[in-house]
Design a protein around this ligand. Sequence first.
Ligand code: AVJ
Length: 325
Amino acid sequence: MMRSWRARAAAPSGATRQFAVDVREFLTLRPRQLPSRYLYDELGSALFEAICRLPWYPLTRAELRLLEAHGREVFHTGVSTVIELGSGSGAKLSALIAAAGSGRGGLDVHLIDISESALAQARRALETFENVRIVPHPTTYEIGLVESARARPFPGRRLTLFLGSNIGNFDPPGRDAFLKSVRSALSAGESFLLGADLVKPERELLLAYDDPLGVTAAFNRNLLARINRELRGGLDLDGFAHDALWNAAHSRIEMHLRSRRQQRVAVRDAGLDFVMEAGERIWTESSYKYEASQIVSILEKSGFGVRAQWIDAVDRFALTLAEAV
Ligand code: AVJ
């Protein structure tokens, strides 16, 4: 019986094998962890889109307001190519292009995202604009940057976007390495627009990452559901609670999954079988929060000159326009 079932099961893809390797490695680290990029399977991406609409998670709306208000200034220097790292649904880029107005000429838009479903959604959102050609790159930031640098059909400037406070998921060394790799993909004079969430009162941060509807908790626990689905895990979703903590020393919100009791954690395709104690945690995400002036200095340290910074005073979010120097 077992044999014939196995024969019919699809061989795991390269991505699933990598997931298994990472789950095994990170769940056996101390403290136990899981990489936050795995939060975004199809269901996780839909839950994240829902988070962006929650009244307690103001980041997306604050950034959209800034893009609408300053899109013209961002585009004013004759941008002909836009490269977006982690495009998601494409809603922000649409707002930016719309704000740029009708004065612009042809535009090449390179969308770099590991999620194919996000790329398809972004393409639909952007198809309505005239003179916009969409080039999807279903790959990592690093590879996508290299690929997009090769294609330069229009004369004019390139603008690279890294929005949504995705920068917050990097720890400081990873952040600096990432910014340097962006810088090295650009020529001097080209632009980089960075959206980042700012430090604000702890109670507001905790509400944003532990909302009263439990959507963020579902987003976090879906990681366990994904392990069960893709790696034949036997994790009990009810056995884990969602924790959002403000780590002031590191200026970051941390999401964890806390074991409610002593329990066995077994994941067949990752070759894992161990016991977790009551109260023991799996660290699933960090979201670093910045001061506006810090954003300027980390950009300068990575080879950029800051040309403008716009801050949403209500929800404390910053959009920073820099230039490769
Ligand atoms: C998409 C990484 C910016 O850190 O705020 C939302 C993800 N996690 N709620 C963030 C997230 C919990 C989000 N980023």
